[in-house]
Design a protein around this ligand. Structure first.
Ligand SMILES: C[S@@+](CC[C@H](N)C(=O)[O-])C[C@H]1O[C@@H](n2cnc3c(N)ncnc32)[C@H](O)[C@@H]1O
Length: 193
C-alpha cells in the first residue's frame, strides 16, 4: 500500500479524537507566537491545540482525508484554519510569498532538502520545531519509519548552528527525537553533504 493511501485510510476511519502531542505542553513556550505552519498536520490534533493557544494556523498535508477532517472540525467549532494539500517534502509553491513565525512538524520529518527550503519561509527570529520517531529503531516498512528521522540525519542536524536545542526521549511508542531551529541563528544550509 502506498503511504498516502495508508494515511487517507487511517483518517477516513478514525472515530476518536486523539489529544495533542504531550511534549507540546512543555515545548510550547519555545515557539514564536503568531503565524504557524503545521507541516504533515494529519487530521489536526495539534493544529487545534495551537489554535487554542492563539496561533494563526495553516495545515499542510498530502492526505485529502486528513485535511477534510480538519475542515469539518473547524466548521464545527467555528475556528479558522487554512488547509493546503501538497507534498511536504518539497512542494511549497503555494507558500512561496509567505512567512511564518513557527513551523511545526509533529511526527513528520520531511528530509534535509525540504528543511533547507522551509527555513526560508520563517520570519527573522522564527522557530522550526520537530518531534518524530528515530527511524533506525523502526521496521523499514512501517508508517513510523516513513515519517521518522535517521540517526545519520540527527548527526548532521547536530552540526547545524541554527539548531538551538534538541532532545532524545523514549516512551511507550518508541524512541523520539525533537529539535528546535531558530532562523536568527542562520547557517548556510546543512554543513554535511
Ligand atoms: C504520523 S502522521 C502525523 C500527523 C500529525 N502531525 C499528528 O501529530 O497527529 C504523519 C502525517 O504526515 C503526512 N505526510 C507524510 N508524508 C507526507 C508528504 N510527503 N507530504 C505531505 N504530508 C505527508 C501524512 O499524511 C500524515 O498526516
Amino acid at each position: 500500500m502506498r503511504m498516502i493511501d495508508y494515511w487517507d485510510n487511517l483518517f477516513r476511519n478514525r472515530r476518536t479524537d486523539p489529544s495533542h502531542e504531550a511534549c507540546l505542553d512543555e515545548d510550547l513556550p519555545l515557539l514564536k507566537p503568531g503565524r504557524l505552519l503545521d507541516l504533515g498536520a494529519g487530521d489536526g490534533r495539534n493544529a487545534f491545540f495551537f489554535l487554542e493557544k492563539g496561533f494563526e494556523v495553516t495545515c499542510l498535508d498530502y492526505s485529502a482525508e486528513g485535511l477534510a477532517s480538519i475542515e469539518r472540525k473547524a466548521a464545527d467549532c467555528g475556528m479558522p484554519v487554512r488547509t493546503i494539500r501538497a507534498d511536504a517534502r518539497g512542494d511549497f509553491a503555494a507558500l512561496k510569498d509567505e512567512r511564518f513565525d513557527t513551523i511545526a512538524m509533529i511526527h513528520f520529518f520531511p528530509g534535509r532538502d525540504a528543511l533547507n527550503r522551509l527555513t526560508r519561509l520563517l520570519v527573522e527570529g522564527g522557530t522550526l520545531y520537530c518531534v518524530t520517531f528515530v527511524k533506525d529503531e523502526q521496521d523499514p516498512g512501517s508508517s513510523k519509519y516513513s515519517i521518522g528521522v535517521s540517526r545519520r540525519e540527527i548527526a548532521e542536524l547536530k552540526l547545524n548552528p541554527g539548531i538551538v536545542a534538541d532532545h532524545m526521549r523514549t516512551d511507550e511508542r518508541g524512541v523520539l527525537y525533537s529539535f528546535l531551529l531558530r532562523s536568527d541563528r542562520p547557517s548556510e544550509g546543512w554543513i554535511c553533504s
